[in-house]
Design a protein around this ligand. Structure first.
Ligand SMILES: C[S@@+](CC[C@H](N)C(=O)[O-])C[C@H]1O[C@@H](n2cnc3c(N)ncnc32)[C@H](O)[C@@H]1O
Length: 275
């Protein structure tokens, strides 16, 4: 089991999170979860090192945090022994927030905070340095990204969940779309898959348009390959006009406008009516 752990990670935390059995073993589900979260934490190390060096007291927000496994592990690895820095978990289900808050108290993780709220109505900190959202359902990923972009978060890391919104928009806006493109999503199954792919392409391009350098990669090999896409963004400019133009053209070409672009006021390039 020790080889699954990050250098700063303790079996005691995993026991508290019920990822380790009393005998000190990891069952298959726990191992999968731990591998995912640890891999993400490893990928966030450069961002956290940079934030701790530059800001001293980084503010990390995990949106749609569920049981807050990611938050607990991030906190233990980067913040527990640091002098400052907070980690806010925002989660819609009160019973999950409550359980996680009690765990944090038992562990003495005093700069770990919890808020029960829908992401759209949450009290977000004025300044946030790193936004994470691991499998935040459907458009919750958009809610999280929109706030991160509006508040100029230095880094974002999202692993989107299933997405349904764009598949519906593709179905409703076929008229006026290039018929060759429509072939990509005529069948409902393809529409769902393509809608999900297009959503994530638009999320990445939106981050670029708002000045982020973006990397899209696989989180880790595991069971739900469709929920295994990691979008990492690092803010390097205030805006990127060529990326914005590409984004508007893409929205216009497919006749879609996912939530992230609506919230941020990105308009599609008008489609030219067929001759
Ligand atoms: C699939 S779970 C993932 C939980 C956690 N991030 C993890 O990876 O273990 C998605 C979580 O997001 C929460 N959630 C979904 N939509 C939300 C919203 N709009 N506002 C707040 N929480 C939301 C759900 O209650 C659920 O706990």
């Amino acid at each position: 089991m020790r080889r699954e752990l990050l250098p700063e990670q303790s079996p005691a935390l995993l026991r508290e999170l019920h990822l380790l059995t009393r005998e000190g073993n990891l069952n298959a589900d726990a191992l999968r979860k731990l591998k995912q979260v640890n891999h993400l934490v490893g990928l966030l190390r450069p961002a956290m090192d940079e934030l701790q060096e530059r800001h001293g007291a980084p503010v990390v927000v995990d949106a749609g945090s569920g049981n807050a496994y990611l938050g607990f592990i991030l906190y233990e690895v980067f913040l527990k022994d640091a002098e400052a820095g907070t980690l806010l978990n925002i989660e819609g289900r009160p019973e999950l927030t409550q359980r996680a808050r009690e765990r944090a108290e038992r562990l003495g993780f005093s700069r770990m905070e919890f808020q029960t709220a829908h992401l759209e109505q949450a009290q977000w900190p004025e300044r946030l340095h790193l936004l994470t959202a691991l499998h935040a359902c459907d458009t919750a990923t958009d809610d999280a990204l929109a706030v991160a972009i509006q508040k100029g978060a230095d880094h974002v890391a999202v692993v989107p969940c299933c997405q349904a919104e764009v598949a519906t928009q593709l179905k409703e806006s076929r008229q006026g779309v290039d018929p060759t493109l429509v072939m990509l999503y005529q069948h409902p199954w393809h529409r769902r898959e393509f809608g999900s792919h297009l959503t994530n392409v638009i999320r990445a391009l939106t981050l670029e348009a708002f000045g982020y350098q973006v990397t899209v990669t696989e989180l880790t090999g595991w069971e739900h390959s469709l929920k295994n896409e990691l979008i990492l963004g690092r803010r390097v400019h205030k805006e990127n006009r060529p990326a914005r133009a590409k984004l508007e053209a893409l929205l216009g070409a497919f006749g879609v406008r996912p939530k992230l672009t609506r919230v941020l006021g990105v308009e599609p390039t008008p489609r030219t009516p067929p001759a």
